[in-house]
Design a protein around this ligand. Structure first.
Ligand code: AMP
Length: 460
């Protein structure tokens, strides 16, 4: 009853999304597309994974395509007088998300004559400037590089008719408020504006107040409360035992494609090194990596060459990889919304997913906040005896009031694979191991004593 045809998108766009296999709009699409097509401002509360990119991309493509078609032959008349100036501008917090948005426009708009390009920092501006000089209809940009190119006179925003801020909360978190305000001043007053954000704190509401005119509010429930397809577990584990537990879960259990979130960039690098050393094909993505390194990491993860991607929240923002079987919260996020965001990377498109979180003593308040937000008590799982105390542990693992007791410490000496009780059952697939394990049992149990203490200090 609710298919795309009822949304009155033009045939080239309907064809393109049919070719993508989309037959039913997601809730955010069903709510946002009609007002967006009507030219209304939209304030959308939605996470990555809900289909929000298409929620703004499809109406933009429709409006620009039908306007261009009405004006004659595409956008050619303007072209004769000089390069086509962008008519839609989409701001995104990160390069990865910007790249994915542009790719979505390319996919959904491939049967139109509209052109899009993406500009972001961290790479040479040469090709970006060339693309702008050739002329584009749709410009996707991160705020910093956009300002940079505006200052150099390469970007002219005077023809912008539709202005989108995607993941606005992240842009504010990343300190982009001034660039956003400057950019907003450079786009014409009469444009249509759409603002999407995973959360709606006061700062976003006031930004929306200043940029939107009588917006239609659309909101979809966080992915976590809508999907029953994600099995969620938590290990109550001392901080210093986390590396060994992570390694154990990856090596001992069948994880086809795992995304691991750490809180810090150094934490991501450290964990990646350790996993590689244990024979796990892992790669890291975070803000200290160059654009090339990030792209390589993503390609490697997408192609399955690396079965594990270790990421920080910001770098993983908007990451769109199909078939993620497991999301691991190696560190619990400080904002409960980020948990919802993170685990939404698995259990997509009807597939089953597993979300496993590690919680040490200091992280318990974060766990409570997550449980409150999602109205769901995470199922606590006991840490395998072989891992307990492997990092010269602190007290407290398994003493959560959930009643899941840790096996007796005396049992720790004994390798007890059964005790893992982990979500992947007793499967002993070693698909991650691409070379002989280099570490001995002591090494893999890892970093006892001073090393463990060092790790704990630097990660906090
Ligand atoms: P997004 O929230 O925009 O990152 O989209 C999440 C994923 O959902 C992407 O892989 C899209 O290709 C996919 N997607 C978006 N809309 C639909 C739809 N209506 N039907 C099926 N898949 C969709």
């Amino acid at each position: 009853m609710n298919d795309f045809a009822t949304l009155e998108l033009c045939p080239p766009i309907l064809d393109a999304i049919a070719a993508e296999g989309y037959d039913t709009p997601t809730p955010i699409q069903a709510k946002a597309i009609p007002p967006a097509l009507a030219g209304r401002d939209v304030l959308g509360c939605a996470q990555t994974g809900t289909g929000k990119t298409a929620a703004f991309a499809l109406p933009i493509l429709h409006r620009l395509h039908t306007a261009a078609a009405g004006a004659g032959h595409g956008n050619r008349q303007t072209k004769r007088r000089g390069p086509v100036l962008p008519r839609a501008l989409i701001l995104s917090p990160t390069r990865e998300l910007a790249g994915q948005i542009e790719a979505s426009f390319r996919t959904y708009g491939r049967r139109t004559r509209l052109r899009q390009t993406v500009i972001y920092g961290g790479v040479s501006q040469f090709h970006q400037v060339r693309a702008l000089q050739r002329g584009v209809d749709i410009l996707v940009a991160t705020p910093g590089r956009l300002i940079d190119l505006m200052e150099q006179g390469y970007v002219d925003l005077r023809q912008i008719q539709i202005f989108v801020l995607d993941e606005a909360d992240r842009m504010l978190d990343m300190g982009f408020i001034q660039p956003i305000r400057r950019i907003a001043e450079s786009v014409p007053d009469g444009r249509q504006t759409m603002l999407f954000s995973a959360t709606m704190p006061r700062s976003i509401m006031s930004l929306a107040d200043s940029l939107l005119t009588k917006p239609v509010n659309v909101s979809v429930k966080p992915a976590a409360s809508t999907t029953k397809l994600i099995n969620q577990f938590v290990y109550m584990v001392p901080h210093r035992d986390k590396p060994a537990l992570m390694e154990h879960l990856l090596v001992e259990h069948g994880v086809d494609r795992g995304l691991i979130f750490t809180r810090t960039k150094h934490g991501a690098d450290r964990l990646t090194r350790r996993l590689k050393h244990a024979g796990v094909t892992a790669t890291a993505i975070h803000g200290n990596k160059t654009q090339n390194q990030r792209q390589q990491a993503l390609d490697s993860f997408r192609s399955g060459k690396s079965r594990v991607l270790v990421a920080t929240d910001v770098a993983a923002r908007g990451l769109d990889v199909d078939g993620v079987t497991h999301v691991f919260n190696y560190d619990l996020p400080h904002e409960p919304e980020a948990y919802v965001h993170r685990i939404g990377r698995t259990g997509r498109a009807g597939a089953r997913g597993v979300a496993i979180s590690f919680c040490d003593r200091a992280e318990r308040p974060h766990l409570r906040a997550i449980e409150q937000l999602t109205s769901k008590r995470l199922q606590a799982t006991s840490t395998p005896a072989s891992i307990q105390g492997s990092g010269a542990g602190d007290a407290g693992a398994g003493d959560r009031k959930t009643g899941v007791a840790s096996p007796a410490p005396a049992a720790a000496a004994k390798k007890d694979r059964r005790a893992s009780g982990g979500p992947s059952g007793s499967s002993k697939k070693r698909r991650f191991v691409h070379s002989k394990k280099k570490r001995g049992a002591g090494g893999s149990a890892g970093g006892a004593g001073g090393g463990g203490r060092r790790r704990q200090r630097s990660a906090r």
